[in-house]
Write a protein of this length. Sequence first.
Lengths: 389, 152
Amino acid sequence: MATRAVIAGVGITPATSPRKQTSSSLELIQEAVWGALQHSGAAPDSLDGIVIGNIDGFEGTVLGAKHMVRRLGLGPDLPVSILNTGGTTGGNLVQVAARQVRAGDRRRVLVIGGPTFFGAEDLQSAINTNSPMIVEQPLGMGAYHMGAFYPSAYTERFGATVEDFAVSAVQDHEHASRNPYAHLRNTMTVEDVVSAKPLSYPLTMAMVCPVSTSANALVVCAEGTTEDLRPVPVLIKAFATSSDPYLGGGKNDFAAMENLAILAQKVYQLADVRDPRAEIDVVEVFSPYAPMQPMQLEALGFAAPGGGIELIRSGATRIDGDVPVNLSGGPLCTNAGVAGELAPIVYVALQLMGDAPEAMQVPGARRGLAHGTGGTFFQFENLAILERM
Amino acid sequence: VSDVITTQRVHWDLNYDVHLGATWGRFMQGLTEQKILTNRCPECSRVFVPPQAYCESCFVKTDEWLELPPEGAVEAFTVAWLGFRGGPTPPYAIAGIRLDGASTLLMHYVGGLDLGNPNTIREQIGPGTRVRAVWAEERTGQILDIAHFEKI
């Protein structure tokens, strides 16, 4: 039987805005790495690989990850794998580390997600360089304009209102207020969200993620090699990625997350999940625009099409509900680029270990879902099911 | 902390030439002649606009060309109240437009709308709204050879 991969330690730095951040990218990464090693109890010389990512151009360099690793002080001989898959880099870091371990090539891999939204003076302009050149980039479409197409189409099909789209923002902020690592920890009302500055119909400023600075790291090990480590290991039970046509115009349907639904079927089959709402205890989805969250919950099978907003309103996705979602506050309250993309896996692993901050710990959580997505039109998805061992 | 220097400004300013290839080259040439040239998959019969050399579902070459009318219906849209540096001046409307006979959406501006009142946007360009291309006077083989679409 093939080796299985487990997560056995995570490190998170507190997040803040670029303006208030006094540490460098390297310093934040060092803090996250030392945090992960301390949490796991792994000695630096027990590592046999590093997987790190960046997003070309977002930091004014295309060497965003490469020039970091030697300066971590972990020794000159560690093999380094660099990933650069835009908004899915963070989720893919863990998938690559898990594949290296499952292949038997590595036994203990350090995974690093840095603060890659750190530098750009106008991040929307930087993100817009990722949108399809030639036929879509000249049309004034920045990231949140593209994100606005989904709720616009969803409104047409299901009659949702701006007030409806505000519910996940209100809940994410409520959750973030209990997460000591979150960037935006203020609570909001539906009225606050609806009356915030209009960005791109029907999105308001309060429905869009902040630009944060923070770093995350975790340790991926071969199953059965963690006797010297402190946390209860978390099995990376199943994972996969998916993508649809790159052009926004190649989307078949903006009122549903079709690509994610296809991916969920595949991952649930690998993990033998038949009834996601009954079998999954904790969920972190990547919804940097609030209206994405109900649509993602529908695609993941937690609600029927058009039922995602009602699921959130019912209280089911709160900490005391049957399927708590984004207890971290999600990317809507903290989004530091690759660190933000890695965050869903970090927080789900913490929950399953029983090591989440007390105010956000789901008692007895045994199985979790961690999701990531990227691309200006969210063409690329990644999904993982994790289990407490 | 106020005397600690935390940042240094770095600037990038680079130009690139993106090679279009035969398929998009023909599409762009068509735009200069006020034609929307597309192609069709021989197996699934889907019509791609902009055209693509292969059908990514059937993995076959799409070498049957056809011209589509410059008219269609809005399927999804947004109105940008806030833009970004280097982008157009807001407010402006962008839509995913299903040209008559197309299997994909063409993203483009919708002009000629009254964007002063957010509450009237949906009734002006909600899904199903019929639109037609307005050609730019000077056409050089780029997507903005269609200046924008307008309601029919």
